[in-house]
Design a binder for this molecule. Sequence first.
Ligand SMILES: [Zn+2]
Length: 139
Amino acid sequence: MEVSEEYLELLHRLRSRLGKAGIKSSTARLELPEPQIMWIGSKTIFRNYMDFPRLIRREPNRLLMFLAKELATAASLDGERAIFIGRKDKGSFSALLNRYMKDFVFCPVCGSPDTHIERAKRLQFMVCEACGARSSLRS
Ligand SMILES: [Zn+2]
């Protein structure tokens, strides 16, 4: 069987289109850094804290309040760092950050991390910039 020029051309075009789609979906994945945790006395210092709200485009204080509440402690911001009262291990931070991502960052419809939060009265919505879905959030 002879393969026509046209067929090859079509195949080539299809491949380059698929290639582009592949690149797009890989950049849409969000890679979070490892939390850098150290202890000073009875305090836990989360040294690269500010990287997280920056990457996921959420307010630093809201994420901090979430972590503090889940860890049942008090926390404060200190430049790039966050300081928690008590000795907390790195594993709990990783687990909580993953949960926050799942609940408040990734679009439940298409899985994209390109989302933002809109507030209307007492309701909160996650609006996806990739697929346009609006999902209500528990506050
Ligand atoms: Zn979406």
